[in-house]
Write a protein that binds this ligand. Structure first.
Ligand code: C2E
Ligand code: CA
Ligand code: CA
Ligand code: CA
Length: 276
């Protein structure tokens, strides 16, 4: 009926405008936050499964909002990506991660890699390799202690350009890991053509160990090793997860079982002890 249609429209119109307003506000605030540097990096340890030593730290971005508190990257990274703000934010993340890692090294802590997530738009920047070279020079971090995490979806678009960029990283001495592996459109062709150093198994496969997912994890680990890549599993939440991955010969693990992502001062104290 007409009545119903009118109401439906009303509902649609209200929620549409609300969502639109909310997004506009968030976008404006994101602009401001980038200008005011209201972001903070948290770091989550990556552990060598055999020695149990921390060998890396993944940098994960947090937005410290004056009223809303800490906002998760799942809420602002997609918006930053859509609006292009990710370029500036991503630059800050890269620089901050390198600066902090160099600082830890200067303090005499064990040298570890810092892993930085790259977004698709960032990855497609023509001057990304040069930019990273500058950041490494400015911060004084040795390239071997920086790792970049890219996802399969980025690897899809312009194959030639991707390979060129990845070769650029390789020439710099920077490692690249393929994140969320198994969830995208992986092509075995890419795996052999891309100069990568690591595959990162998505936590979906670790946390939901159906017969099929177990088979997938085993396959990814075998695949990594036959391509001479290291392999890390994320989302390791309990001892069973760890035992399973140890059994399957996974090289590295990351997850709440060892540590959640931590602010800088808590990483400092973590460096003093070996995780069990
Ligand atoms: P990701 O790269 O897959 O990062 C792993 C996410 O899993 C992190 O969420 C981490 O806190 C969470 N995690 C770690 N261990 C466990 C576990 O044992 N169990 C469970 N359930 N979760 C675990 P976070 O920090 O909220 O980040 C979410 C996503 O936001 C990241 O997923 C990444 O795609 C993106 N992101 C975060 N920081 C940045 C950044 O600086 N740049 C870009 N481009 N993306 C970022
Ligand atoms: Ca990641
Ligand atoms: Ca991941
Ligand atoms: Ca993920």
């Amino acid at each position: 009926t007409k009545e119903r249609n009118k109401n439906d429209y009303q509902i649609f119109k209200t929620s549409f405008t609300d969502g639109f307003k909310e997004r506009l506000t968030l976008e404006t605030e994101l602009h401001k936050a980038i200008k005011n540097k209201n972001f903070e990096l948290y770091f989550q340890p990556q552990i060598d499964i055999k020695t149990k030593n921390i060998i890396g730290l993944e940098a994960l971005c947090r937005w410290n909002h004056p009223e809303k508190g800490v906002i998760s990257p799942n809420e602002f990274i997609p918006l930053a990506e859509k609006t292009g703000l990710i370029i500036e934010l991503g630059d800050w993340v890269l620089r901050e991660a390198c600066r902090q890692n160099k600082l830890w090294q200067d303090l005499g802590f064990n040298k570890v890699k810092v892993s930085v997530n790259l977004s698709a738009k960032q990855f497609l920047q023509r001057d990304l390799v040069q930019n990273i070279e500058h950041i490494l020079k400015d911060t004084g971090l040795d390239p071997e202690y920086l790792e970049l995490e890219i996802t399969e979806s980025m690897a899809m678009s312009n194959e030639k350009f991707i390979i060129e960029t990845l070769k650029g990283f390789q020439d710099l001495g920077v490692n690249v890991a393929l994140d969320d592996f198994g969830t995208g459109y992986s092509s075995l062709k890419y795996l052999s053509q891309f100069p990568l150093s690591k595959l990162k198994i998505d936590r979906l496969f670790i946390q939901n160990r159906t017969e099929q997912n177990i088979a997938i994890v085993k396959t990814i680990i075998h695949l990594s090793h036959s391509l001479n890549l290291r392999v890390i599993a994320e989302g390791v939440e309990n001892e069973d997860d760890l035992l399973f991955l140890n059994n399957e010969n996974c090289d590295e693990v990351q997850g709440f079982y060892f540590s959640k992502p931590l602010p800088v001062n808590e990483v400092d104290s973590l460096f003093h002890k070996k995780l069990s």
